[in-house]
Structures are given as C-alpha cells and as structure tokens.
Design a protein around this ligand. Structure first.
Ligand code: PGA
Length: 268
C-alpha cells in the first residue's frame, strides 16, 4: 500500500438532477485543495459519470471516479445493467461491489458479486467489496446491542468474503487491486455507529479471513475501509482508532462541506 488514506463518496441515487450534481462537484472543488496523502473518489449515479469526469478535468488529480455497481457480464442481453468496459470508457477507476442496499433490496447474491469482482479485474477497475453483518439490525430492533456481536460479525464476514473471492487465486489478487469495506448494515444511514474497537476487531477479522485465503504479504496490500454514518466529526477517529485505511461515505458525501471536512480530517 502507498500509505494514502482512501475516502470514497457514494452518492447513491442523489442528487435529484444533473444541475445539482454538477454544482455539488463544483462546490467541492471551490477553494478546496485535496491533500496529497488522500485518494478521494466520487461514485455518482452512472448516468452522470462521464459528464462529471469531463467537468473535473479542469482540476486534474483532485478526484477519481467510480461506479456504484457494475454488471458481471461484459456485454450482451442484460436489461438495465451497465458493463465494466462502458464504465471504464466513462472514466470509472473503481466500482463499489456488493453494497448491502443491493444485496438486501435488489437480490444481489454472493455469486453475482464474485462474477463482478472477476470482471472488474479483467477491466482494470478496482472493486470496492462491501461486507458486513445484517443480523445486528435485528438485535437493535429488539432492544439488544446495536452491534451484531462478534460471532455474527465473524460468520457474516467470513461467508461474504469467502463467496465473493471464490475461485480467485493469490496470483489474481496480487496482479490486481481490491479494496474491502466493512459496512455493518445497521450503521448505514442510521446515525448509529459501532465503537472504534468494534471497527478495529472487524478490520482485523477481515484481514485474518483474507490471510487464510491468501498470504500475509498479499493481504498487507489490501486496504480495508469502514463505512456507516461517518461524518466530519468522527472520521479521523474511525481511521485512527478503528485502524482502517479509509472510509466509505454515503449521506455526508453529498454535502460538499462535510465531504471536504472528512478528507481534511483524515489527512492530518
Ligand atoms: P452512510 O452510508 O454514510 O449514509 O451511512 C454509507 C454507505 O452506504 O456506504
């Protein structure tokens, strides 16, 4: 790893119009100098990706761009999907894969996620694989701890990583770049966050699971991110105390001052 922190903004299905998306990007760039030690990535709705990449060219190097999703197929009959070569042509260098909103509400399976990672590698797109327990949600709903508990977290992460990387060799992992994001579903958009210690144990768990699949040397190069209700106030602590290499930001990434604040916070 080059030691740079990675901050990825997932705009999800926001903002409502292209004009607003363009001003969000312009607002982000106004008076803002991206710190050298941070890679900042924006994942806008795919329909605006190419135009935003073009707009960004007036200040090269400020942001990189990514997709929020990508098909496992490179072409063909797959209504509504967008292929890796199309995203690449539009300027995407990253693709979020297996976000829990897609797993839970759109029926995305581990098998599809596995295919998407293989296709991303083939097309030189860095997959940002999202994993995280969903069971904690139930616990918090029943008045228990908001956290999924170590057993549940361990099981969910182990299964999701194992399935997502099924059949992918150590050689393939070494020849490509992959990022893993720990995103406990109950923390996404809820304002409820795990403790820094819980993030630290989840990050270690992810590393351990990866080491079991590959080798320690290989895994050292894989950045681990945290995502779920991050804002400019807690960002630095998540990175420092949670022991992660960066953050995946939802809600706070569509507020220019918040996103810039997060980037600044982790750079110090
Ligand atoms: P949030 O979303 O920051 O709004 O909680 C995080 C995510 O979905 O990755």
């Amino acid at each position: 790893m080059d030691g740079k922190k990675i901050i990825i903004g997932n705009w999800k299905m926001n903002p409502a119009t292209f004009l607003e998306a363009r001003s969000l990007l312009n607002n982000l760039k106004t008076g803002f100098r991206k710190p050298e030690n941070v890679d900042a990535v924006i994942c806008p709705p795919a329909i605006w990706l190419k135009a935003l990449v073009e707009i960004d060219k007036d200040k090269p190097g400020m942001f990189q761009f990514g997709a929020q999703n990508m098909s496992w197929q490179e072409s063909g009959a797959l209504t509504g999907e967008i292929s890796a070569p199309m995203l690449k042509e539009a300027g995407a260098k990253y693709a979020i894969i297996g976000h829990s909103e897609r797993r839970v509400w759109l029926g995305e399976t581990d098998n599809m996620i596995n295919g998407k990672i293989i296709t991303a590698f083939k097309n030189n797109i860095t997959p940002v694989l999202c994993v995280g327990e969903i069971e904690g949600e139930k616990k918090s709903a029943t008045g228990g701890s908001a956290s999924g508990g170590e057993g549940i977290t361990k099981e969910a992460i182990g299964i999701q990583i194992g399935e997502a990387l099924s059949g992918i060799s150590r050689g393939q992992i070494e020849a490509n770049r992959i990022i893993v994001a720990y995103e406990p579903i109950w923390a996404i958009g809820s304002g409820v966050t795990p403790t820094f210690d819980e993030v630290l144990s989840a990050a270690l768990l992810i590393k351990k699971t990866l080491v079991n699949l590959y080798s320690r040397d290989t895994v050292e190069k894989i950045p681990i991110l945290y995502g779920g209700s991050v804002n400019s106030g807690n960002a630095k602590d998540f990175v420092e105390k949670g022991g992660v290499d960066g953050l995946l930001i939802g809600g706070a990434s569509i507020k220019a001052s918040e996103f810039a604040g997060i980037i600044r916070a982790v750079s110090n």
